[in-house]
Design a protein around this ligand. Structure first.
Ligand code: GDP
Length: 616
């Protein structure tokens, strides 16, 4: 076969030789590896693969692979972990060479995530378990909510510890798994005995099974009259979960999170399942490695991350890096808010001392020096930027673009996500990008910004600049952001339930719906007298004729049946000398319409609001 030759420049062929490229590499990176001219690769990609990519743009993995195949090179995309390993090797930090023989391993507690259908009692169950330390019999022992906690229980006369991840639901579980962080050893699948197996029960079960994580079924709400725990067992056999009492190997425990029944039995089942099917041991003696399961910015304490230690022991003053964040452990707190100086395998601790907020699912690593932590973090930041670029650009070929523009089909929904924690933002992002938008090419979804914390003016500006919608999950707008959004007509939507956000975005994607508004009349008032108030202007002394007049509502003025002014606002509203928010039908009040002064006796003030019309 002829080597492709562009403009007389030969591109070296690999004949199957391997080159290693980081995720999100550009054609220039590729060219560098094979000593070719980057421009020639751009041409090959265009002519052979039909994609338009510049030399320095980062490429999707598929493009790099296809180009490799085209030129006879085997392209190996180096995973972030491998890249890290290379990075560490460069710093002479070959941790993994550390001995991990039988003698260094200690038993570690199982890490449990609670999943199940909405309203089946996941949160209640986690709360019930959290507030009961079974061994100590303490109630209300754990006060802080740090994203995970440990409880002790007695099994066969031995005290055993279990770690619970406190963010229920499979979105978080899956988002972390997608980042290669599997923290969960056992899933407790909560099924309400009065409701039985529901769609998210099955989803949760699929996620757990896909991750090869053993399941313990908590049949909840057995205190209810219409509870039918036997039916739950029977329903789940269809999904391969057969109760022990029916000859299977899944433990089902009847519980009531509300009445606190069966909690010890549930904890025991977790321990027994762990003992039976898992070998949970880790080296506690080495430098710590773990996963950030939750992180947020605390006003007073700066970035705060809950880290679940997986191997080794984390100490105060260790230099650490987690994802793109780095720092040095300034303090560690347990779930009771008590400072701890070290944390071993399966232990969740809140870590203070990061210089920025890590992402949920980011791996935490201890390195010997702050300098190294910073360098690794910087490398990762650069890599992430590449990957983002590759992701946001998608894989649209030039033909596609032209075709779609011609058809007037090119349509994209840009989103900016803000949430109360990195876990929720990632879970949301993950779920959103998976939305099936039906016919290929109908509408695309692009997440152009994400972050932890309130919706800021910055977010609004970004949204404005790129016609994006802002989604706030469990957060509110900061200071002037709300006004700015109103002024700039930026759509900001707030949610506190992930499903709701997803449903709405999906609906929007399916039709790219613009909200429709309808006017709803709030009230009318008849002007009886006009007062001149110094520095304020004319105020309409009125009698409310229908409905009510509400301060700040929109208003128009009607004279002899004709609208004389629209677009007014009830700027001030008074009863006698008092400012009031609302005046009801039959009462008198003073209405100020801002700088609008042309008010006459017998005019009618009509107030209304615009309500979003529900779609059918
Ligand atoms: P989640 O959506 O799975 O986290 O469900 P929640 O924990 O929020 O519980 C949903 C509803 O079920 C709440 O009103 C709980 O009080 C109620 N609930 C939870 N567990 C029990 C239980 O064991 N018995 C009864 N009767 N109600 C429960």
């Amino acid at each position: 076969m002829q080597a492709p030759s562009i403009g007389g420049v030969q591109i070296p062929r690999g004949n199957g030789a391997m080159i290693r490229l980081p995720r999100g590499a550009s054609l220039a990176d590729f060219a560098d590896k094979i000593s070719a001219n980057p421009a020639s690769l751009v041409q090959v990609v265009f002519t052979q693969l039909g994609e338009m990519v510049t030399a320095t743009q980062s490429c999707p993995e598929e493009t790099l692979q296809l180009l490799g195949t085209e030129l006879g090179w085997e392209v190996r995309i180096v995973t972030p972990e491998e890249e890290d390993a290379e990075l560490l090797a460069r710093f002479d930090l070959e941790f993994d060479a550390e001995e991990e023989d039988e003698t260094t391993l200690v038993v570690r507690p199982p890490v449990v995530t609670v999943m199940g259908h909405v309203d089946h009692g996941k949160t209640k169950l986690l709360d019930a378990i959290r507030s009961t330390d079974v061994v100590r019999g303490e109630a209300g022992g754990i006060t802080q909510q740090i994203g995970a906690y440990q409880v002790r229980t007695e099994v066969d006369g031995t005290e055993r510890t279990i770690t619970f991840v406190d963010t229920p639901g499979h979105e978080a579980f899956t988002a972390m798994r997608a980042r290669g962080a599997q923290v969960t050893d056992i899933v407790i699948l909560v099924v309400a005995a009065d409701d039985g197996v529901m769609p998210q029960t099955i989803e949760a079960l699929n996620h757990a099974q896909a991750a090869h994580v053993p399941i313990v079924v908590a049949v909840n709400k057995v205190d209810k009259e219409d509870a039918n725990p036997a039916k739950v067992r029977q329903q789940l056999t269809e999904f391969g979960l057969v109760a022990e009492e029916y000859g299977g190997d899944t433990m089902f425990v009847d519980v009531s999170a509300k009445a606190r029944l069966g909690l010890d039995a549930l904890l025991e089942a977790v321990v027994l399942t762990a003992d039976a099917s898992l070998d949970l041991r880790a080296n506690a003696g080495r430098h710590a490695e773990g996963v950030a399961i939750e992180a947020h910015l605390d006003r007073g304490r700066g970035p705060v991350a809950t880290v679940l230690i997986q191997r080794g022991t984390l100490h105060v003053s260790d230099s650490i890096v987690a994802g793109e964040a780095f720092g040095r452990v300034r303090a560690m707190l347990d779930e009771k808010g008590k400072p701890v100086t070290e944390a071993g395998p399966s232990r969740p601790v809140q870590v203070l001392g990061f210089t920025s907020v890590p992402g949920a699912g980011d791996n935490l690593l201890v390195v010997p020096e702050d300098r190294v932590a910073r360098q690794i973090a910087e490398q990762r930041q650069a890599r992430e930027r590449y990957a983002e670029l590759a992701k946001s650009r998608g894989r649209m070929t030039l033909e596609d673009v032209l075709e779609r523009i011609k058809q007037g089909e090119l349509n994209e929904l840009n989103l900016i996500l803000k949430g109360d924690g990195s876990g929720s933002v990632e879970a949301l992002e993950d779920a959103l990008v998976q939305i099936d938008v039906g016919e290929e090419g109908e509408v695309g979804l692009r997440i152009i910004g994400r972050g932890v914390g309130a919706v800021t003016e910055n977010d609004i500006n970004l949204a404005k600049a790129s016609d994006a919608v802002v989604i706030g999950f469990n957060v509110r707008p900061e200071g002037k952001a709300r006004e700015l959004a109103e002024r700039e007509k930026v759509d900001v939507r707030y949610y506190s339930v992930i499903y709701q956000a997803i449903d709405e975005v999906e609906a929007a994607l399916k039709g790219m719906l613009k909200p429709e508004y309808e006017e709803v009349q709030l009230g009318t008032a008849e002007v009886r007298e006009v007062f001149r108030v110094p520095r304020i202007g004319n105020v309409a002394g009125s009698l409310v004729r229908s409905g009510s007049i509400v301060r700040n509502s929109k208003a128009r003025l009607i004279r002899d049946g004709a609208v004389v002014a629209d677009n007014l606002t009830v700027d001030s509203l008074r009863r006698f000398k008092d400012d009031v928010r609302e005046v009801l039908e039959g009462y008198e009040c003073g209405i100020g319409l801002g700088s609008f002064n042309d008010i006459k006796v017998d005019d009618v003030v009509e107030t209304f609001e615009l309500r979003e019309k529900p779609r059918s």
